[in-house]
Design a protein around this ligand. Structure first.
Ligand code: CMP
Length: 140
């Protein structure tokens, strides 16, 4: 298996409830390494650009305003099969369908306030990492 990098967001519902450390404990326990990390608050430019692929979806406007509603923690995770592994650790997008022990089952409030984001492919991980980090900010 290849060593990969994936992009992760700890969303405003989780930072608001002081869950950054609890979520990162699950991530690290799964064998993923946090090789870049910063706490930021997005404005419309960042949120709309990041979720541009969902522009036509009915939930787009609410999603963008939710993602600007408080601080988020953006991270790069590294490890074997990191993209698929992190998606497994996060659980299903809708916490109602997430498996026990996953981040979303344990922590998420709703399909929108679902605590975390993770890239869905290696190609998208590269794009999302590039949107959020300069090369010198990633230290493996
Ligand atoms: P995320 O993995 O960040 O990617 C898109 C986000 O849209 C998703 O997580 C959810 O938080 C949010 N979302 C809100 N409503 C829906 C919905 N009905 N279906 C899918 N995603 C939704």
């Amino acid at each position: 298996m290849a060593i990969e990098r994936t992009f992760s967001i700890i969303k405003p519902d989780a930072t608001r409830r002081n869950l950054t450390g609890a979520i990162n404990a699950v991530i690290e326990k799964a064998g993923l390494r946090i090789v870049a990390q910063k706490r930021v608050q997005w404005g419309p430019a960042q949120a709309e650009a990041f979720y541009g692929v969902h522009k036509e979806r009915p939930f787009f406007k609410d999603l963008v305003s939710f993602m600007m509603s408080g601080p988020i923690v953006v991270q790069v995770l590294e490890g074997e099969n990191a993209v698929a592994k992190y998606r497994e650790v996060m659980g299903a997008t809708n916490p109602a369908n997430a498996a026990p022990g996953t981040i979303r089952k344990e922590f998420a409030e709703s399909i929108e306030a679902n605590s975390v984001h993770g890239s869905d492919s290696v190609d998208n991980a590269k794009i999302e990492i590039g949107q959020n980090f300069a090369g010198f900010e990633i230290v493996g």
